[in-house]
Ligand binder design. Structure first.
Ligand SMILES: NC(=O)CC[C@H](N)C(=O)O
Length: 354
């Protein structure tokens, strides 16, 4: 079926739809050459239509192994050439069948290069995917739908669950945690208790954790003020590590500020400089917001990492208490595993008092 992607600025891009399901969301782009299934199932993309800039998508199929959550939360997928005959020893299904089975709206055969150039010059925009035959009134109705703000509520775990282990006990506040983060913490030996995003500081401390981890997650960090208030109570009580949304929430809880980037950082090859070692690491990123560097003055935080492309803050640590956080995704394994050392640093914080 013929379909189109329409952006808020009125631009239209034509292609084919895999199925009738249309979509509304914030249109973003990801520059990774691989990782499309991890993108589909990363809860941080909840509410977004994701355009993949790599021209051929689906060539290694899909497999349960790559899932980052129970389901996909992206609102829609935009692909240039969709490969329908995958070739990989791990493949269990084709991407087309995977998308159809889950009713994930997808438009393919579109000029993703033109879409990306448009987003880069205008900034991230709202957009819709609709059949070519959709009427002006249907399109206007879709475009007028207000964005859903409470996306963290949609993706967080509804129930507390455990991942047993022999090492220190870490309570994970789940704002939309990726499975590979849980695996990375578990692999270094942590015993995990994963709790819903809106668990109170008091409830968390009653679990007697040795450390607290704040996960990645979707949306604007300022849209979860209740969680920020609880994090403020937790800071300084136990060693703390935050990734991506967790990093932004720590900044807000300490009285610093965040802002929206023009088109965000999404991809698996984003260079970041570790300011303590001078080394540049290749990182996987997926964020639309950033910590405002000027707002860090007087907050006792040190900037530890910086994006090489635009100089924005990618990591911080506290001068007085055992707390650090990272804007990118050290658990991702797109090839290089330059960033796993950060989990070892958390382990050092957890065990140094023993
Ligand atoms: N991956 C994440 O945790 C993203 C954090 C936040 N939603 C942002 O877009 O900046």
């Amino acid at each position: 079926m013929k379909g189109k992607l329409i952006l808020e600025d009125g631009s239209v891009f034509y292609g084919n739809m895999l199925q009738e399901a249309g979509a509304v969301g914030e249109v973003v782009f990801n520059t990774g050459m691989t990782g499309y299934q991890e993108i589909l199932t990363d809860p941080s993309y909840c509410g977004q239509i994701v355009t993949l800039t790599y021209p051929l998508i689906g060539n290694y199929g899909t497999a349960g192994l790559f899932e980052q959550a129970r389901q996909s939360y992206v609102r829609g997928f935009v692909i240039s050439e969709l490969c329908t005959e995958p070739s990989n020893w791990q493949a269990e299904n084709s991407l087309a069948d995977y998308l159809k089975a889950r009713n994930i709206p997808c438009i393919y055969g579109v000029d993703t290069r033109a879409i990306t150039r448009r987003i880069r010059s205008h900034g991230t925009m709202k957009g819709i995917i609709a059949p070519e035959s959709a009427s002006k009134a249907q399109i206007a109705e879709l475009m007028a739908r207000p964005p859903k703000l409470d996306v963290v509520h949609e993706v967080t775990t509804k129930e507390i669950y455990q991942m047993p282990n022999d090492g220190p006990h870490v309570v994970v506040m789940d704002f939309g945690v990726k499975r590979n983060i849980l695996h990375s913490l578990h692999k270094i030996g942590c015993r995990l208790t994963v709790v819903p995003a809106y668990t109170t500081a008091r409830e968390i401390l009653a679990m007697q954790p040795d450390g607290i981890f704040l996960s990645n997650g979707p949306g604007d960090p300022k849209d979860v003020p209740e969680a920020i208030a609880e994090i403020r109570e937790l800071i300084g009580q136990k060693p703390m590590f935050g990734i991506c949304l967790g990093h932004q929430l720590i900044a807000l809880a300490l009285g610093a500020d965040t802002y929206k980037l023009k088109f965000g950082h999404r991809g698996s090859n984003q260079p970041v400089k570790n300011l303590r070692t001078g080394r540049v690491h290749i990182t996987s990123q997926n964020h639309g917001y950033s910590v405002d560097e000027a707002s860090l003055a007087g907050k006792n935080l040190v900037i530890t990492h910086r994006a090489v492309n635009d100089g924005t803050v990618e990591g911080m640590s506290h001068k007085d208490i055992p707390l650090f956080c990272i804007q990118y995704h050290p658990e991702a394994a797109p090839g290089p595993d330059d960033n796993t050392y950060l989990f070892n640093e958390f382990w050092t914080l957890l065990t140094q008092g023993e």
